[in-house]
Design a protein around this ligand. Structure first.
Ligand SMILES: [Zn+2]
Length: 266
């Protein structure tokens, strides 16, 4: 039998035991994902804060990250990878978190997919983003004030980061219409629209994760969960979080001190 390619993705379905209505998540993790990282991924996916003890129960044996005063484990969770367990389809294992509340998560291996699936996702993403860009550009071809067609000066390429990797898009440069005064003669609507050079989904994930944990850990997780990590580092994640925070702040408008009982700066 031919060996599976190096990078294999496991589709896991996580259900929380004894809770109604059912709480469940579906995750894709690399076969190379360590047990320690799977723990972090589960914490995120289930909206937990990693503030209690945990353990995995796999093939009758316990695994997990040991903490002072907690239980110990025979194997290093950073060395044990999902692939090492040679899971079969539909096989189950258990993840327990917080031995006080005792949250028991059944994890079932729903699918084992080869890396090629990622390429399919990349292509789909490329088509979707191209389509979105084309639709946006259609609204920019004519002057919004007088409706006259804007002249086309030329094209350049912009690189956009998405959840599934980098995409290159053609970004046209257009002349401003003469009907209104402008500081500059030309502009690039697409480049201006995508200031952060990222799709909103990626920006959302980066920002959301970075607000929950360290930039380094966010980068590591992005690398683990999505095929984009090579292009992301802690500094970019921090810059993006900053940019999004500043934009959100600006959108809130002027602080209305008048309505607050006393000035908060007093
Ligand atoms: Zn005009």
């Amino acid at each position: 039998m031919p060996e599976l390619p190096n990078t294999v993705i496991y589709q896991l379905r996580i259900t929380l035991r004894g809770i109604s209505p059912l709480i469940w998540r579906r995750l894709l993790v690399y076969a190379e994902t360590s047990i320690a990282d799977l723990h972090y991924i589960l914490q995120l996916a289930m909206g937990r804060t990693d503030s209690h003890l945990h353990r995995f129960l796999i093939h009758g044996k316990e695994y997990g990250i040991a903490y002072d005063g907690g239980m110990g484990f025979a194997d290093d969770p950073r060395q044990m990878r999902v692939a090492d367990f040679r899971f079969r389809l539909r096989e189950r294992f258990l993840y327990e978190y917080d031995f006080g509340d005792n949250w028991q998560h059944d994890i079932r291996v729903e699918q084992i997919v080869a890396e090629e699936a990622k390429t399919v996702l990349e292509r789909i993403q490329q088509r979707i983003v191209e389509q979105q860009a084309a639709e946006y550009l259609r609204t920019q071809r004519s002057c919004l004030q007088c409706g006259n067609k804007r002249s086309h000066k030329g094209d350049h390429r912009v690189t956009i980061r998405t959840l599934f990797g980098k995409l290159r898009l053609t970004s046209p440069r257009l002349y401003h219409c003469q009907c209104q005064p402008h500081r500059v003669r030309t502009f690039s609507p697409l480049a201006e629209r995508l200031l952060e050079r990222k799709t909103p989904e990626l920006l959302y994930l980066e920002t959301k994760w970075a607000s929950l944990m360290s930039y380094g850990m966010t980068t590591k997780l992005l690398d683990e969960v999505l095929p984009i990590g090579k292009h992301v580092n802690a500094a970019t994640v921090r810059n993006h979080l900053q940019a999004v925070a500043e934009r959100t702040e600006a959108e809130l408008g002027e602080e209305q001190v008048f309505f607050i009982d006393g000035c908060p700066r007093d």
